[in-house]
Design a binder for this molecule. Structure first.
Ligand SMILES: C[S@@+](CC[C@H](N)C(=O)[O-])C[C@H]1O[C@@H](n2cnc3c(N)ncnc32)[C@H](O)[C@@H]1O
Length: 196
């Protein structure tokens, strides 16, 4: 995929997810919000305990929080944190976290939620591209990803960055949408099929 196409896709993804942050109740081309979060298995009482502004803009692909375990004092990265649902749940464990996203609107919501939940001493937000992370080597014990790879053609670069910023023996908890069969070549080349 050429550089120009990658940039076009990136702008589409940024616009789509910023719209979910700004207008969660509007019609989107995929499910978002509380119904999705309950549908993928986040317990209702857990969702009730989080700011509704975060829950309404949830757009992950699974209940990632059912998978991860963090010890107090561990350092974690939530890559593509969106409005911060997993970020807040991970931050509550006492771990120190950074949420990274390339949508300003998502970051604004996540930042507000971090303040509202009293986690601002230990959890911060940063704007960055997933394939070019502004952290030194071995910065984190744990990385969390809830639905980011399927939006990005530069997956090898993202995996490279994850292996660089995770310390040796670090853990990656990732949830993703996967194809059950390979895409037909013509569908692979049609940009409108990449992101709808
Ligand atoms: C499917 S949403 C999931 C958001 C969040 N993890 C959740 O569960 O609600 C993907 C998020 O990743 C962000 N994102 C996608 N590609 C990115 C990239 N290359 N760099 C940084 N953020 C990215 C989007 O802006 C969006 O907020």
């Amino acid at each position: 995929m050429d550089h120009q196409t990658i940039e076009q896709l990136e702008r589409k993804v940024q616009a789509a997810y910023s719209a979910i942050a700004q207008e969660p109740q509007a019609r989107h081309s995929f499910p978002v919000g509380r119904a999705l979060a309950e549908g993928v298995g986040y317990p209702a009482d857990q969702l009730d305990s989080l700011p509704s502004s975060t829950v309404e803009s949830f757009c992950g692909v699974s209940n990632l929080a059912a998978l991860f375990e963090l010890e107090p004092g561990e350092r974690f990265l939530d890559l593509g944190c969106g409005a911060g649902l997993d970020l807040l749940l991970a931050g509550r464990s006492g771990a120190h976290g950074v949420g990274v996203d390339f949508s300003d609107a998502m970051l604004e919501k996540a930042r507000l939620a971090v303040d509202l939940t009293g986690l601002s001493e230990t959890v911060r937000l940063l704007k960055a591209d997933a394939w070019n992370l502004p952290f030194p080597e071995a910065s984190f014990n744990v990385a969390l990803i809830n639905g980011l790879f399927n939006l990005n053609p530069q997956r090898s670069a993202i995996f490279h960055e994850l292996s660089r910023v995770l310390q040796p023996g670090g853990r990656l908890y990732a949830a993703e949408i996967v194809l059950e069969e390979p895409l037909h070549q013509s569908d692979r080349e049609d940009q409108s099929n990449w992101f709808r």
